[in-house]
Ligand binder design. Structure first.
Ligand code: ATP
Length: 357
């Protein structure tokens, strides 16, 4: 296993890039610890696959370096990097048995049969494939085949990193959560460096200790699931993570205090905000509540989500959502909103005020 350093990496698919927008990956700098569980999360086209292909060696960057345990591997082939990859669609040999499929990466490297048996049995056990080991892979369902793919990624113990590229796309929705928790359990048990690429926040947040959120060829924040929830560094993270996402209201700052529609509202970082830029107040629906006094709002819709309700309001035309308990009394028509001061932050041109030097 290896510590991975992504050192000022840039990548453009065109030959002579001159402007930032020519780069699919604008500039990425990351340090990933040996044995850590990481997720690359972002919408389609944000550069996740490009970054993954640069790490695996399928692509060479326009600029920057990739280091495994301090050794520069930027120009090395995928084979030399010693990486295991699990793709979106299962890559297996249909005519072989499940056992032989799992044994394949080990036989390829000349591991002796007794050791192979030990490792294949352990992986099959973890993935609940033991009963099917002697079956032909062709007879399995799409879920079963993807489990073999996962097993082949996990069976070697000499790889530098295991990378998963949207591995649960073909999995039946009701089995997804099961495999998701299985993978997390496996990662904790075998402690390999793993990188999991997905556009699905639930998958990223369940699997990873650290989630790298990407947008538009850039890393906008790296953090634990709690950090991303409680302190989004960028409005994109606030909006992309959470269900529903963070509320954003246009605001002004005067004398170190924040104002929304002319009314003062508490914000943890108001003193650091400077006027003259696009300022927005960000607060998650979980940190807004109804009160007798506060910001005037109109209640427009209430949706029952099961254990809680989502209430949609408008503050001077701006949508503001609240997540409230089943027993909360929701006003009809006119209401007043109060924001939790420690979880209300000001964003300047999209970035959390005070978070950048
Ligand atoms: P998805 O989840 O849809 O796979 P992604 O986050 O993995 O998206 P990338 O596939 O890395 O994003 O694409 C990043 C940008 O680079 C996009 O604008 C895409 O159109 C562009 N791009 C990707 N591959 C190529 C290529 N081979 N040639 C030219 N442009 C490319």
């Amino acid at each position: 296993m290896a510590k991975i350093t992504i050192d000022n990496l840039r990548h453009a698919y065109i030959s002579e890039p001159t402007r930032d927008e020519h780069y699919a990956l604008k500039r990425v700098h990351l340090d990933w610890a040996d044995g850590g569980a990481y997720a690359l999360l972002g919408p389609s086209g944000c550069g996740k696959t490009t970054l993954l292909n640069l790490i695996s060696g399928l692509l060479h960057p326009s600029e920057g370096r990739i280091l495994f345990d301090g050794k520069d591997v930027t120009m090395e082939t995928p084979e030399a990097r010693n990486i295991a990859q699990v793709f979106q669609f299962p890559v297996i040999y249909d005519t072989m048995t499940v056992y032989d499929n799992l044994a394949f990466p080990l036989r390829n490297r000349g591991v002796d049969e007794a050791e192979i048996k030990k490792r294949v049995s352990a992986i099959a056990e973890m993935l609940e494939l033991t009963a099917t080991l002697s079956h032909r892979a062709s007879g399995l369902t799409a879920d079963g085949k993807q489990k073999i793919s996962l097993g082949r990624g996990l069976v070697r113990d000499d790889v530098n990193v295991i990378m998963f590229d949207e591995p649960l796309t073909v999995i039946d929705p009701h089995l997804k959560w099961q495999l998701r928790s299985k993978l997390k359990e496996l990662q904790q048990r075998i402690k390999r460096t793993m990188i999991y690429v997905t556009h699905d926040q639930t998958e990223a947040l369940t699997f990873a200790e650290q989630v790298v959120v990407m947008n538009n060829g850039e890393v906008v924040q790296t953090g634990t699931p709690i950090e991303l929830f409680e302190r989004p560094m960028h409005t994109f993270v606030g909006h992309f993570i959470g269900s529903p996402g963070m509320n954003l209201l246009p605001c002004e700052v005067k004398g170190g205090a924040a104002f929304v529609s002319g009314k003062q509202v508490p914000a943890a970082n108001a003193k650091k905000a400077k006027s003259g830029r696009k300022l927005e107040l960000g607060v998650r629906p979980e940190f807004v509540r109804f009160a007798n006094k506060g910001l005037p709002a109109d209640v427009v819709r209430v949706s029952d989500i099961g254990r809680y309700r989502v209430v949609e309001t408008r503050v001077n035309g701006t949508p503001v959502k609240l997540v409230v308990g089943e027993d909360t009394e929701v006003p009809v028509g006119k209401a007043h909103l109060v924001f939790d001061a420690t979880h209300t932050q000001i964003y300047s041109d999209g970035w959390l005020v005070g978070s950048r030097p």
